[in-house]
Design a protein around this ligand. Structure first.
Ligand code: ADE
Length: 959
């Protein structure tokens, strides 16, 4: 080999090693590299760039000229001493290298260099370094460059966790698990992990971190909130602007402090606006009649930004002036002055006052207070009014006596004060229960100075006062007198108690008998028994809302009621049986707002529809699992007010209130909604259809695993889904799959796939186990069958199970033992799991927890996913699934509803089943089948045909 420097077209030097002893036989020319340190490499790659001369282009060299050279390597822990003799036998051969492009004499004349690039993996290399050696055995070669490299997964940041630069495993089928470290100012949510693959790609991101309080996510990092912004919760949310009347002056604020004169009440959350005490009530007026004095006012002009205003009445009596000083003397009002409903904490804007003195001057102060009154130094917010009372005259009734009392009556009499006028018309006796204060009172009239008051409660203290009426009007009341009724007759009381006990026990026993009979008759006894036995087993059991006499009760028990003003609807994303499905935001005061999906019940609904609609919420509300769609709450009770909606401004408010109103059932005036977490990628089937071929098998298995987690949870709770299908799985932004659609588990009205069966039930045939179709035997085992179909939908990127076959054909084919073939590119292990889920005998299907642990094993050991179905043949005919056989290409294409391609096959010379059995996806494309979905369908059917043909050939038949 000679070191030769040549010039390229731009006259730049190219340093090469060249050898060209093509005329002489038995060449053995070696070129060796310097010692190359292995560094961290586990798998080493060598990229060679070289030119090689075509022997045909060199005259008279036949026999001696070669068109290949050999690559060797030698591992050592240290460089070999300079004097070491080169011994070819020490070197291990990597490969013989041939050129893709050789050049001829003409090329040389044109000075066109045909450069070849070849890459080889060297190793395994385990010692500290190695040499490369190149053996020429008689070719005409110029070695232009040798690049030695290894692959690493580069340091990266995912989900706010940093992952170091990582060298992949030596074994290409296993992944290196790397734990990430949260970036600065971030906290761990779920242990962040990534897997480093052999090609230096990061795979399967798990877990992650979120930004600490006072920080927000920005380009994969957490940056401090700027002054004027804050973040009160850890999460991947943007910092929020400080609420009104508050500010933050430093970076990384977790709270915004109130501006001067504004406050937050203890119960206010730190995300709420700061507020101040209200101004004084307005327009305070008084009214007085014979018996009562009324105060009325209007709310303050400035509520301070709060809605929790109450009013306190403060009273002073200012009678005349101090003779000497001329200053009016005021003192607190007499304690028996009474305020209806009460003097303090009034929520309304009026109060009645009774039992005031006649000919007196009262000054009333009405004070407005709210949740932050008293927090600052602001003056009290008072409105004042002075009232002078005039009545017909001083009280004429002196002492009131009790003459006798029984359980229900009290007899009273009273004397008149001396100098009582002779013209008393009658007396008014007013009384009320002392315990009840003045909330309700009764009165009676009598002409005589005595009365028997009846209709009272036993053992109760009553307050009485009496006033006289003269021609000039009412006089003032007598002072208050308190008397009580006698206790109940003990004999009667005991009988009552015995009666209650007997009634209760007889009633209780009958109730038990009736309940038991009812449960037995309705077939729900088992459900109750299992529900009752559950607390001992430690697993929460699903309670069927249909077992509630009043389904509303089930909703109340399992679903939180949401005030509709907390919901902002942004857009319509779909339509359900009952009404539109919208996306929007839910902002519960004091909490971060979240994206939600809102299912609405359209207006004019009947009671039965309302119950069916809310059934889903009472089911979903019982579940709590990361792979089950989360119920945030329901709206069932509130009247809808437009103003409520404007309270919550959406950043992307795309609907005007009038449009929003059309979502709400106006005929009834009550919006009915189910609010659930929003899943960014929508339904799994359509999601996969739009992302055909874009995921790794490991990602697809990750999706199946999520669904298996959700279904394991449901089956352990004793819940049977009955409509498990990819269209009922929702996918979030991180590809997490969650099981949804629970409302229809009983009736399946909402599922367009559900068809009526002979027994009258409505069933999604393609997804349903044979025993459930035939005689309605739904169970977790039938859900496992559906799960197998969902696996198939996932692996075929949303293909329709059994394609365009009719429901009837599907039922018959399943009955005959036909099972869906593995989708294109499906690992054998996954198709085997599908076939296991589709066992005819429900008892032989795996339980969901076994499905889950099987998938976990595949994920931990991804090499188990490398063998694809089209790579294997069964070892024995017994291993073969019993698939039906087709006679001709035409029959076969008809059976998979691809008849339109008959001519493509025939024109390309494919006339027998044997001939198509070796077709590859490229062959399918070549004969003019362009739609990727059709290519998939045909190739997966060919795979299953190939198995059948193999089976038949083994049994000695000719096809
Ligand atoms: N469609 C129905 N429910 C949904 C949800 N929760 N998120 C997104 N799209 C949906």
């Amino acid at each position: 080999w000679d070191a030769i420097t040549e010039m390229d077209e731009q006259n730049r030097p190219i340093h090469t090693f060249q050898v060209c002893h093509v005329m002489e036989p038995n060449q053995n020319n070696w070129l060796r590299s310097g010692w190359i340190q292995r560094q961290a490499a586990q798998r080493v790659y060598v990229e060679l760039r070289f030119t090689l001369r075509d022997c045909n282009s060199i005259p008279w060299v036949s026999g001696t000229c070669k068109e290949t050279f050999n690559l060797f390597y030698l591992q050592t822990d240290d460089p070999l001493p300079a004097a070491t003799r080169f011994r070819p036998t020490d070197y291990a051969k990597v490969d013989t290298i041939a050129a893709d492009e050789s050049f001829t004499q003409t090329d040389l004349g044109d000075r066109v260099l045909r450069l070849n690039t070849e890459v080889r993996e060297v190793g395994p290399v385990t010692l500290k370094g190695f040499y490369l050696a190149f053996q020429d055995v008689g070719a005409c070669i110029a070695l232009v460059s040798v690049k030695v490299f290894y692959k690493r997964c580069p340091a990266t940041i995912r989900n706010l966790a940093a992952f170091p630069d990582t060298v992949p495993h030596m074994d290409s089928s296993s992944l290196v698990e790397v734990r990430g470290v949260c970036v600065e100012n971030a906290e761990e949510r779920d242990t962040p992990k990534l897997y480093c693959g052999a090609d230096g790609d990061w795979l399967v991101p798990l877990g992650g971190c979120f930004c600490s309080i006072g920080h927000e996510e920005m380009d994969g990092y957490c940056r401090a909130c700027r002054p004027g912004f804050f973040s009160a919760y850890a999460g991947n949310k943007k910092c929020s602007k400080c609420p009104p009347h508050s500010s933050s002056h430093d970076q990384a604020a977790t709270i915004c402090h109130c501006d001067k004169g504004f406050y937050r009440a203890i119960k206010d959350s730190s995300t709420m606006a700061c507020t101040r005490p209200p101004s004084a009530p307005r327009n305070l007026v008084s009214l007085i009649n014979d018996t009562a004095l009324f105060l009325q006012w209007m709310p303050p002009a400035d509520t301070g930004g709060r809605k929790d205003i109450t009013y306190n009445i403060l009273c002073q009596r200012c009678d005349g002036s101090d003779g000497d000083s001329g200053v009016t003397q005021c003192e607190p009002c007499e304690p028996d002055l009474r305020f209806i409903p009460r003097p303090l904490g009034l929520t309304g804007t009026s109060v009645a006052i009774i039992d005031f003195a006649t000919h007196a001057n009262y000054t009333f102060h009405v004070e407005a207070v709210n949740g932050v009154s008293g927090l600052g130094v602001a003056a009290r917010s008072l409105a004042n009014v002075t009232v002078t009372t005039h009545q017909a005259g001083p009280a004429l009734v002196g002492v009131v006596r009790k003459d006798w009392a029984s359980q229900n009556s009290i007899a009273l009499s009273w004397s008149q004060v001396e100098q009582a006028p002779p013209d008393i018309v009658d007396y008014e006796v007013k009384y009320y229960e002392k315990e009840q204060e003045q909330l309700s009172y009764s009165s009676t009239r009598t002409k005589a100075p005595s009365v028997v008051v009846t209709g009272l409660r036993p053992s109760t203290v009553y307050v009485f006062h009496v006033r006289a009426r003269t021609a000039a009007g009412y006089t003032a009341y007598s002072p208050n007198f308190e008397f009580f009724t006698t206790p109940e007759d003990p004999d009667i009381a005991d009988q009552g108690q015995v009666l209650v006990v007997v009634t209760a026990s007889v009633g209780g026993f009958s109730l038990l008998v009736i309940l038991t009979l009812f449960l037995l008759i309705t077939g729900r006894f088992m459900l109750y028994v299992s529900a009752l036995s559950v607390p001992f087993s430690g697993i929460k059991t699903y309670v069927d809302p249909d077992t509630y006499e009043d389904p509303t009760q089930a909703v109340e028990e399992f679903a939180k009621e949401i005030d509709p003003s907390y919901i902002c609807i942004e857009r319509v994303i779909g339509a359900g049986e009952f009404g539109e499905v919208c996306s929007g935001r839910l902002r519960i005061p004091g909490r971060m707002d979240i994206a939600v999906a809102i299912k609405t019940l359209k207006g004019g609904y009947m009671d039965q529809q309302r119950r069916e609609f809310l059934r889903e919420a009472s089911i979903m509300g019982q579940f709590n699992n990361p792979n089950i769609i989360r119920l945030d709450g329901v709206v069932t009770k509130s009247k809808f007010h437009m103003s409520n909606c404007s309270f919550f401004e959406c950043s992307h408010f795309s609907l005007f209130p009038s449009q929003i109103m059309s979502f709400y059932p106006f005929s009834s005036g009550r919006p009915i909604m189910i609010v659930v977490e929003y899943m960014e990628n929508g339904a799994l089937d359509s999601f996969l259809r739009t992302r055909d071929g874009q995921f790794t098998v490991l990602q697809l298995v990750g999706m199946m695993r999520g669904i298996a987690v959700g279904m394991t949870y449901l089956s352990e709770m004793g819940y049977v889904h009955r409509d498990l299908a990819a269209r009922n799985i929702l996918v979030d932004e991180n590809l997490v799959c969650k099981v949804s659609d629970f409302g229809m588990s009983r009736i399946l009205e909402d599922d367009s796939e559900a068809a009526y069966t002979a027994t009258g039930g409505k069933i999604p045939i393609r997804w349903t186990a044979p025993e459930a179709i035939a005689y309605g035997k739904f169970s977790s085992a039938s859900d496992v069958w559906s799960y197998g179909i969902v696996m198939w939908e996932v692996m075929s990127y949303g293909e329709r199970p059994y394609w365009e076959m009719s429901n009837q054909d599907v039922i018959l084919s399943i009955e005959e033992g036909y099972r869906l073939p593995a989708p294109m590119g499906c690992p054998v292990t996954l198709h085997q799991l599908m076939l296991h889920c589709w066992q005819k005998e429900s008892g032989q299907r795996p339980h969901f927890n076994s499905v889950l642990s099987f998938l976990d094993k595949l994920i931990i050991n991804p090499s188990s996913l490398l063998t694809l179905v089209n790579d294997v043949f069964p070892d024995s005919p017994e291993d073969m699934p019993d698939y039906p056989l087709f006679i001709s290409i035409g029959d076969w294409l008809d059976s998979i509803k691809m008849s339109q391609y008959k001519n493509n096959f025939l024109a390309a010379g494919y006339t027998t089943l044997d001939s198509i059995s070796t077709m590859s996806i490229d062959d399918i494309r070549r004969i003019g089948i362009c739609l990727i979905g059709h290519q998939r369908r045909i190739i997966s059917s060919i795979q299953s045909l190939r198995l059948q043909l193999h089976h038949i050939q083994q049994s000695g038949f000719q096809v």
